[in-house]
Design a binder for this molecule. Structure first.
Ligand code: HEC
Ligand code: HEC
Length: 413
């Protein structure tokens, strides 16, 4: 009896060292070291956002949650953040290009874990989550509101909660109607009729609305996956629970992901993203109007009233490090999009910034093929000059079996 448990103990210790496969494929100490990099438990603590002093205030999160689900903040009373970012679909919508009041040019992004990023949207044209939240409300195809409408709704319908957080609501009596500085035509003209004081009052309510919504989104944490639980058990020298076991293919897929297939060049760390922008040669969703991604976002960020360096930010200018040290060369970022995290990726087809690729199998084929649609485009406005094939995807070669294993690993995430 004693002897048997000693043998069992030895076996478990070997499982822990992961030298024996415990019945599965072998994981070397090196593999386990790599595995640790991707585990949710390796995620660093979430740092405060210096540009949003309400970011970690539970009262702001409670208000933000209501605003997130509020269809009253849309022109047709049918659109809220949650119709595109659906909680039961990993805060995504499962369609190639998002649809609010009308169709948008890009695919909805998942939200859990987004708070660890430095830049928001596929092209990173926003440098905080509160500033990001403002844009869909003023975009005609999404919420379709004007800035005064959003601010008026918030201070009238959420007055008590708003005042408890941000102080007395401004007097809306002199506010213009249907006014937005960013919407050409009537909204812009209406905005220009308002005094700078009124414009500032509206902007401040608008910014605070974004800060509350961001506080809610900061509470949306990624869930632990079977892969996390499997590796955690192995690292602790235990045999993973039956339901958490990875198959041989999934384990081989992990080794390929972090090795030969070089996916971790960009999909690195516990969120499977380097939080940066890369051109991966994804087919243009509309060749007539090519989406240049990060290249134009950089120009936009410099002028954004709601950036970290703007008048509605709570940060000291020196705290806006990302913005200060942002690379500004548009040519470098042509066709580059933010590396998406891959947790739960099998639940949110189709893939890429405009849903150009339907299945994970096809995504892997794309990486093996390394196309470069931007290579043949003409120069646009002299700002972006195509300079030959320049997908950043490294050359890789995978057998059919390896492709299958890589997909199996992605599905386990
Ligand atoms: C019509 C559908 C739609 C609505 C409504 C909508 N979104 Fe989005 N969301 C998208 C799309 C599409 C993107 C990517 C757009 C892009 O890159 O240009 C996105 C991107 C984001 C991102 C960036 C995530 C990241 O990792 O960079 C966040 C955060 C976000 N939305 C939050 C919100 C909030 C908050 C609201 C409500 C105020 C909202 N969204 C309303 C479709 C929508
Ligand atoms: C050079 C950096 C880079 C490398 C290497 C890379 N990716 Fe990506 N990946 C990206 C970027 C950037 C996107 C978004 C591209 C777009 O939408 O235009 C992306 C998108 C994806 C998506 C779609 C996710 C979604 O939500 O739409 C999957 C899946 C994916 N990559 C898996 C992989 C796998 C598997 C490998 C290895 C074979 C890999 N990637 C290698 C940068 C990279």
């Amino acid at each position: 009896m004693k002897r048997r448990s000693a043998t069992l103990g030895l076996l478990l210790a070997l499982c822990g060292l992961a030298m024996s496969g415990c019945g599965g494929p072998k994981l070397t100490p090196y593999d386990m070291k790599r595995a640790k990099e991707f585990m949710l438990s390796s995620l660093p603590p979430l740092l405060p956002d210096p540009s949003n002093r309400y970011g970690d205030d539970p009262r702001a999160a409670a208000l933000g949650e209501k605003l997130f689900f509020d269809t009253g903040l849309s022109a047709n009373s049918a659109v809220s953040c949650a119709i595109c970012h659906q909680p039961d679909k990993a805060f995504q919508d499962g369609i190639p290009r998002a649809f609010g009041i009308d169709q948008t040019p890009r695919r909805t992004m998942p939200l859990a874990g987004a708070q660890w990023g430095d830049w928001y949207f596929w092209d990173g044209r926003k440098d905080s989550q509160w500033s990001q939240a403002l844009e869909p409300m003023e975009t005609p195809a999404e919420h379709g509101m004007t800035r005064d409408m959003v601010a008026r709704e918030v201070v009238t319908r959420y007055r008590a909660e708003y005042e408890a957080l941000f102080g007395p609501v401004p007097d809306t009596a002199g506010w213009p109607y249907f006014a937005s500085p960013l919407l050409p035509g009537n909204p812009q003209q209406n905005w220009d009729t308002a005094t700078p004081q009124v414009q500032d009052a509206i902007n401040r309510v608008f910014a605070n609305t974004g800060k509350a919504i961001a506080a809610f989104q900061r509470t949306l944490k990624p869930e632990e996956s079977r892969v996390d639980r499997f590796f955690a058990a192995r690292l602790a020298g235990q045999e993973p629970a039956e339901a958490d076991r990875l198959t041989g293919d999934e384990i081989e897929g992990f080794k390929l992901f972090a090795g030969k297939a070089r996916c971790d060049n960009c999909h690195s760390g516990p969120l499977f993203t380097d939080q940066f922008f890369h051109n991966t040669g994804v087919t243009l969703s509309d060749p007539e109007k090519p989406d240049y991604g990060r290249a134009f976002a950089v120009l936009f960020l410099k002028q954004d009233l709601f950036s970290c360096a703007g008048p509605y930010s709570d940060a000291q200018p020196l705290q806006c490090r990302e913005l200060r040290f942002m690379s500004e060369d548009p040519a470098v970022f042509e066709g580059a999009f933010k590396t998406p995290g891959l947790r739960g990726v099998s639940r949110r087809a189709p893939y890429m910034h405009a849903g150009q690729i339907e299945t994970l199998e096809e995504v892997v084929e794309h990486y093996v093929a390394r196309p470069d649609p931007f290579a043949t485009l003409p120069e646009v406005d002299g700002t972006v000059t195509p300079h030959g094939p320049h997908t950043e995807v490294p050359e890789i070669s995978l057998t059919d079996e390896e492709k299958r294993q890589l997909v199996a690993f992605l599905k386990a995430l």
